[in-house]
Write a protein that binds this ligand. Structure first.
Ligand SMILES: [Zn+2]
Length: 432
């Protein structure tokens, strides 16, 4: 099933010419309406008339999260403030929040791309979507809500938290689809197991999980524990919220809605554009956004692109699920380590739960990485000797995968704090 056949299966040549037209309009608009963008373009020596094709996007300067913070709250507005109908922001836990302001047209596009997302995973008007993303300034809740409404599904706007109630509602109302962060879905499964609830007796069939990077092994855990198909969805507050890209039923990379969000992959060190298939930092330009358009936003997410046509019939470029973040990347004794690599290794090992935390410290000028990971009851109740053997075995596998030593500590079930939103995986105690 394809929500919008015209745009999702558009012939690529026609798509590129449409993208060129949209980029030209966007650049013209921001140059004339936004002093911050005009200043950046003047400094880079590029005028709107210099954009002749979509490839010319490389002439435009990047924008970073810290620049967005510098112009908080309204510095990126590229329309009249009275035309803004809704505001969302990032959490702002690490500084001033970034602001996403939407006109009515922006909200309509958000609903459209989230309708495509749900449809890609097989959802229809007959589904009952339990939306356990947080509602509020966070984009997850309302973004999923608008898309679910657009396809005509029944929305259960429960928001995050109150897990026993989530299960009660899921059971009582016959929820067929769950949307939340992947880590929260596992917590829901854990509480269900404590309550002796059996998911095979529920109507749940699929889940749409995003807002944090997760691995394929974690997908298998979720699918197994909740008895569903689990789809990865990708989005970020700065761009629009959820709805930038999502997996189709083949679960083979995420289709980017590139008639609205133009992707590039760059080398994070040099800023040079990289060819398809090469790993680098994802950069996104909003081609149609009116409220707070972004030109070449550096997402800090690491992925690569594939322009081959997908078996589902969609022609849109696909991105690999996020491999890591440039700012999540730990540099341990000079080696780049991503939490997702560690997760892949851990979840291959029997008896290990998808709950872990990485603690980095500096001792005698040396970086020390400790991986704390939960094991199930059966393993934890074994004698110390076999726990130690388990730790050694995981250390060996991690060393092979990461090329750097990590100390492993197996901890008892439920020792690691659970999250109802994004999981906190890294505790970096180093002072730089
Ligand atoms: Zn596909």
């Amino acid at each position: 099933m394809i929500w919008n056949k015209e745009f999702e299966t558009m012939e690529r040549k026609r798509l590129a010419s449409m993208q060129t037209g949209l980029l030209q309009q966007q650049v013209e608009r921001i140059y004339n309406k936004n002093a911050f963008y005009k200043g950046k373009m003047d400094a880079a020596g590029i005028k709107p008339s210099g954009i002749k094709s979509i490839e010319d996007i490389e002439k435009l300067p990047f924008i970073t999260k810290s620049e967005m913070r510098d112009v908080y709250p309204y510095g990126l507005l590229s329309c009249d403030v009275n035309d803004i109908v809704e505001i969302h922001t990032s959490s702002g836990t690490t500084g001033k929040p970034v602001v996403d302001a939407y006109t009515q047209k922006d909200i309509d596009i958000w609903a459209e791309v989230m309708a495509r997302t749900f449809t890609m995973g097989g959802a229809t008007a007959k589904d009952r979507i339990q939306n356990a993303y947080g509602y509020g300034l966070f984009t997850g809740g309302l973004g999923a809500h608008y898309g679910a409404r657009k396809i005509g599904a029944m929305v259960i706007p429960i928001s995050g938290g109150n897990t026993k109630r989530q299960l009660q509602i899921m059971n009582d109302f016959g929820t067929t689809i769950l949307s939340c962060t992947p880590s929260y879905s596992l917590y829901i499964a854990e509480v269900a197991a404590e309550e002796k609830l059996d998911f095979s007796k529920f109507s749940l069939k699929a889940g749409f999980f995003g807002a944090e990077p997760w691995s394929d092994n974690m997908r298998r855990e979720i699918e197994d524990k909740l008895n569903i198909k689990a789809y990865d969805i990708y989005g970020l507050t700065e761009i629009i919220g959820p709805g930038v890209a999502s997996e189709c039923e083949r679960q083979d990379m995420l289709h980017i809605n590139e008639d609205h969000f133009f992707p590039e992959i760059i080398d994070p060190q040099t800023g040079q554009t990289l060819p398809d298939g090469e790993k680098g930092e994802l950069v996104i330009t909003t081609l149609t956004k009116e409220g707070t358009p972004l030109i070449r936003y550096r997402t800090r997410d690491i992925t690569y692109l594939n322009r081959e046509k997908c078996g589902c019939g969609r022609t849109s470029v696909r991105m690999h699920r996020i491999l890591g973040r440039t700012d999540d990347m730990l540099i341990i004794r000079g080696v780049n380590v991503f939490p997702s690599q560690i997760e892949e290794v851990l979840l291959r090992i029997e008896g290990v739960e998808p709950q872990y935390q990485l603690i980095v410290e500096r001792k005698d000028n040396m970086d020390c990485l400790e991986v704390q990971v939960e094991v199930n009851d059966a393993i934890f109740s074994d004698e110390i000797k076999s726990l130690e053997a388990g730790e050694k075995r995981i250390e060996k596998e991690l060393r092979e995968a990461l090329l750097v030593h990590a100390k492993v500590k197996l901890v008892e079930p439920k020792a690691i704090a659970r999250s109802e939103g994004k999981a906190k995986r890294i505790i970096d105690k180093r002072v730089f």
